[in-house]
Design a protein around this ligand. Sequence first.
Ligand SMILES: Cc1cc2nc3c(=O)[nH]c(=O)nc-3n(C[C@H](O)[C@H](O)[C@H](O)COP(=O)(O)OP(=O)(O)OC[C@H]3O[C@@H](n4cnc5c(N)ncnc54)[C@H](O)[C@@H]3O)c2cc1C
Length: 230
Amino acid sequence: MTAPSRVVVVGAGLAGLMAARELVAAGSDVTIFDKGRGVGGRMATRRIESSVGTAVFDHGAQFFTTRSEEFRSVVDRWIADDVVVEWCRGFAGDDGHPRYIARRGMASLAKHLASGLDVRTSSLAFGLSRRDSKWRVILDDASTYDADAVVLTCPIPQSYSLVANTDVELPNDLIMTDYERTLGVLAVLDRPLLRTTTGSSGGSRTARWSLVECGDRPCTSPHREILSLL
Ligand SMILES: Cc1cc2nc3c(=O)[nH]c(=O)nc-3n(C[C@H](O)[C@H](O)[C@H](O)COP(=O)(O)OP(=O)(O)OC[C@H]3O[C@@H](n4cnc5c(N)ncnc54)[C@H](O)[C@@H]3O)c2cc1C
């Protein structure tokens, strides 16, 4: 199959950046639009100044693992590029699966993947239409962009609203997909927790929580904690 010559990718998170890189490698002319000020989407890093120095928080994805040879070879390249390091192999002992983090915060992996790509940030895809075999993407500043193909990687509700006025039909189970709300608490501690494990989780009938202890991550200073309440 030949790659479409001109492609618009909506979303510069992990999915959009990886898709764009594959398409560029296949010879397509790719432009990525993201409504955010930077790349990464839910792979997000925030720096907060505190009395004990700069705290670096990954407040979206905090780590990832590999479950296939194909992805493992991709991650091996990121390790060779010194962007990603192995962090641990499980939270209550070694479960055999390496957990990886980006050395300078998870958003730095997105920046690495975006390098060399045509990424337009602060650009919200507002509408989508198709005439004959051409797609037209309308941005929130009323500018338009024509393409042979469009890749939507924004969360399903946003993707659904973009295709709502086209002849594209999304599968019902995709439309019915729901997202759980997450409250993230980023706390800079002035001393280590009295715990030895790397992470833990628990919950009640109404809430679930997970705790990722970041003191041993190379991208953070000692005693930094991220508490994610789900
Ligand atoms: C709190 C939290 C913790 C997590 N922890 C982990 C973890 O530990 N390990 C793990 O593997 N995964 C984790 N995840 C999940 C992981 O972050 C996501 O699965 C992954 O980052 C999704 O990538 P994506 O590219 O599909 O989507 P996103 O990262 O959401 O990217 C979509 C992009 O589309 C953009 N966009 C949306 N609408 C538009 C529009 N109309 N026009 C232009 N741009 C648009 C957004 O700005 C965004 O940048 C976590 C998620 C959260 C929220």
